[in-house]
Write a new protein. Structure first.
Length: 444
């Protein structure tokens, strides 16, 4: 990742909100019940990315650096040898590879672009990472980690003979450390008609930091939610990525209007006590103490973070490369799984994952609620949007002694992104009753 002057850390409140959006959404991976997926969606599960394979690529990148003056920087022999290594793997796996040349600082640089045959070439999903290091060292976390994980994901596509709805393209960028030179060159030389075909660009820069955090880019909402869904499924809380804003290869794509997203495990910012409690590791030191230093070698990797983030890349590539046909108006998303409501206890939730929509939720979002309860006046009921905003459906009332809440509510949710995890939150605020959420539905 490119160096810049340190910026102000996000506020504690912002970090708390980012954490809450994930830790309260453990059911993100559950599909809506009773709603058939659009016929054009490819329902193929992403594979597990073998950590040993990713580590083997890192070993090769370390060997290349060692044999070439200790680094893999732009204009040095170690960088071109790194490109050759990745290209040979992709060529053998059946990719169509293109080596794009550019000049920076008087030296020739290279971008490596690999296209997987098939898919709708008018809808292209791209994933990439920068392959160059700084001159100080081998750059195994920055950014051998992202490069190796993207490479192994591309090879997994080949092993699976995966045929997604969208066209898949992978890229390894040169001269990122000099100011995203390679990725800027690619975007600037891409015809407007070709740029318009890009449905998303996913960026992976430093994903194996030795004192890791789990950060998700908060750019395109659909891409962001896809990564959050993966981590919620393995009970890992994430935070919004701020340290690398504008400092890596997603920036040129974002400037050009391409939807972007990605992952990051931290560089030279300091891990807080709250983050150490949430993720493990050591507070009071940097996420990567070897950032841009000679010690960024093959020992400067956290295997657990590298493994999780590699699997998250595959999850996103598989899910985002499927077709995204919008269900017709009136489509109902339902969760009919019973959830017990504790008597005079903590709030509980029932979750629905909405997908395949475009844009925001309607101004007349219909919420059908079926709660079986012996004294409904004790219940407080909210609809919680994917961004954590709560819409009050029902307040407690000491004079309402009837049983059950079986009702249809209308919510103006037009300011909310439609896709994501919506939750019905129910709390019993007085003692002496029993109940459960029987079901709830959203009609878009």
């Amino acid at each position: 990742m490119r160096s810049v002057l340190r910026r102000t850390l996000p506020s504690a409140a912002a970090l708390a909100v980012a954490s809450l959006l994930v830790t309260t959404g453990a059911a993100h991976s559950a599909a809506p019940v009773g709603v058939p997926a659009p016929a054009s969606v490819t329902a193929v599960a992403a594979p597990d990315i073998p950590l040993a394979n990713v580590k083997a690529h890192l070993t090769q990148l370390q060997s290349i650096a060692t044999a070439n003056g200790g680094n893999r920087a732009h204009g040095r022999t170690g960088y071109k040898a790194s490109v050759d290594y990745v290209k040979a793997k992709l060529d053998a796996a059946g990719y169509t590879t293109t080596l794009q040349q550019f000049t920076s600082g008087g030296s020739t640089g290279y971008n490596l672009v690999a296209d997987w045959p098939g898919g709708d070439t008018s809808k292209v999903l791209m994933a990439g990472a920068h392959l160059d290091s700084v001159t100080a060292g081998a750059g195994i976390n920055d950014n051998g980690s992202g490069s190796a994980a993207v490479l192994e994901t591309a090879l997994a596509v080949s092993r699976a003979a995966y045929q997604p709805d969208k066209h898949l393209r992978f890229a390894w960028w040169g001269a990122e450390e000099l100011g995203m030179v390679g990725s800027k060159y690619y975007v600037n030389n891409l015809a407007a008609t070709e740029r318009a075909k890009l449905t998303g660009y996913l960026n992976f820069d430093m994903i194996g930091s030795p004192n890791p955090g789990y950060f998700v880019y908060d750019d395109d909402p659909t891409i962001e939610q896809t990564f959050k869904d993966y981590y919620a499924g393995i009970s890992i809380a994430t935070e919004i990525e701020t340290e690398g804003d504008g400092r890596s290869d997603h920036a040129p794509f974002k400037t050009a209007g391409v939807p972007v997203g990605g992952l990051f495990s931290g560089a030279d910012y300091i891990k807080t006590a709250a983050q150490a409690q949430k993720w493990g590791g050591t507070s009071g030191i940097a996420f990567d103490r070897c950032y841009h230093a000679s010690c960024d070698s093959s020992t400067n990797i956290d295997d657990t973070a590298l493994d999780r983030n590699s699997d998250a890349i595959a999850y996103a590539v598989w899910n985002l490369s499927a077709a995204t046909a919008t269900p017709p108006a009136g489509t109902v998303f339902t969760n009919a799984t019973d959830v017990t409501v504790p008597d005079n206890g903590a709030a509980v939730t029932s979750a629905i994952t909405v997908s395949g929509r475009t844009g925001n939720a309607p101004a007349t979002l219909k919420v059908d609620v079926d709660i079986r309860h012996t004294w409904r006046g004790d219940l407080v009921v909210d609809l919680v949007a994917p961004d954590g905003t709560a819409y009050r459906l029902k307040s407690a009332s000491s004079s309402d002694s009837a049983d059950n809440v079986v009702a249809a509510y209308t919510v103006n949710a037009s300011s909310e992104v439609a896709n994501g995890v919506w939750k019905l939150k129910v709390q019993d605020v007085a003692s002496g009753d029993t109940g459960k959420i029987n079901s709830f539905s959203l009609t878009f």
